[in-house]
Design a protein. Structure first.
Length: 266
C-alpha cells in the first residue's frame, strides 16, 4: 500500500476511534471517497493494536485499580476497583453477544454509505439531545451495575457503522446524568475489551488466511494509530472537562447531510 494511503487510514482510525464521530464509518468512507481498494486485514489488525495500546496507556490508573480489585476479589474483598472491573465486564457482555449474532447472521449488510449517512446524522442529533437534557450530577464512582449494563446495551448499537461506539456510550451516560468527562472515561474503559475483541477476531481471520508476515506497513500503521489516538484522547478529555459535545454534534450533522446529498442527489 502506498505510504500516503497507509498514513491517512491509520490516522483516521486513531483520531476517530475514541471521538464520538464513528471510526468504522470513516474507515468505510475513506476508500469510497478516495476511490481506494479495501485496506485489508493486516492494516485492520495493526490499527486495532495501535489504538488499544493508546487507550491502555491513557487509562493505566483505572486498569491498575481494576487489577488490584481483581486480586482483592480473589481474597474475598470488594472495593471500588473490584466494582469498576465488574461494571466494565457487565457493560461489555451485550456487544459481545450482539457482535456474534451480527457476524453469524447479518455479515456486512449494514456497511453502506446510505446507512452510515443516516446513523451519523441521527445518532449525532441524539448525542446533542442527551448532552442538553442530561444532568451533570454523577461521577464514575457513583456508577451502579444497572447504569453499566444500560451503557453496555447502548454500545451494542455501535455494530451499525456510523453509530460510533464512543458516541453512543457517551450519549447513554449523559442521559443517565454522568458528567461529560466521566461519561467519556467509562467509554474509554469499555473500549479496551471491545477493541481487544475486534482485534483478536481480525487476528484469527488473518492467521487462518496464512498472511501473517509482519511488514513495515503494519508497524507504521500501528505507530501512527497509537500516536494519533493518544493525542485525540488527551485533547477530547481536556475539552470535555470545560465544555460540551456540541462541536462533535455539529460535525456529525454536517457530515451526515453531505453524505445524504451524495447518496440521493449526486
Amino acid at each position: 500500500m502506498p505510504l500516503l494511503h497507509l498514513a491517512i487510514l491509520a490516522l483516521v482510525q486513531g483520531i476517530t476511534e475514541f471521538l464520538p464521530i464513528s471510526s468504522s464509518g470513516h474507515l468505510v468512507l475513506v476508500p469510497y471517497v478516495m476511490n481506494w481498494t479495501d485496506q485489508g486485514l493486516m492494516l485492520d489488525v495493526a490499527v486495532h493494536v495501535g489504538t488499544l495500546l493508546a487507550v491502555m496507556l491513557y487509562a493505566w490508573r483505572e486498569i491498575w485499580m481494576m487489577l488490584g480489585g481483581l486480586w482483592r476479589l480473589l481474597r474475598g474483598r470488594i472495593d471500588q476497583g473490584t466494582r469498576l472491573m465488574l461494571q466494565v465486564i457487565l457493560g461489555s457482555i451485550p456487544v459481545v453477544a450482539a457482535g456474534y449474532a451480527v457476524q453469524k447472521y447479518a455479515g456486512g449488510m449494514f456497511r453502506s454509505v446510505e446507512v452510515i449517512a443516516w446513523t451519523t446524522l441521527g445518532f449525532g442529533i441524539l448525542l446533542g439531545l442527551a448532552d442538553r437534557a442530561g444532568m451533570t450530577v454523577r461521577r464514575l464512582e457513583h456508577m451502579g451495575y444497572g447504569s453499566a449494563l444500560a451503557i453496555g446495551l447502548a454500545q451494542a448499537l455501535a455494530l451499525i457503522p456510523g453509530t460510533s461506539r464512543s458516541g453512543i456510550t457517551m450519549t447513554m451516560a449523559r442521559f443517565l446524568g454522568f458528567e461529560r468527562a466521566d461519561a467519556a472515561r467509562f467509554s474509554l474503559l469499555l473500549a479496551i475489551p471491545a477493541i481487544a475483541g475486534a482485534g483478536t477476531l481480525s487476528g484469527i481471520e488473518l492467521w487462518q488466511s496464512g498472511n501473517v508476515q509482519l511488514t513495515r506497513d503494519a508497524f507504521t500503521a500501528a505507530g501512527l494509530a497509537f500516536a494519533s489516538a493518544l493525542v485525540a484522547i488527551v485533547l477530547m478529555m481536556a475539552w470535555l472537562r470545560r465544555a460540551g459535545f456540541m462541536p462533535f454534534v455539529i460535525y456529525r450533522i454536517l457530515l451526515g447531510g453531505v453524505l445524504l446529498y451524495l447518496v440521493y442527489a449526486a
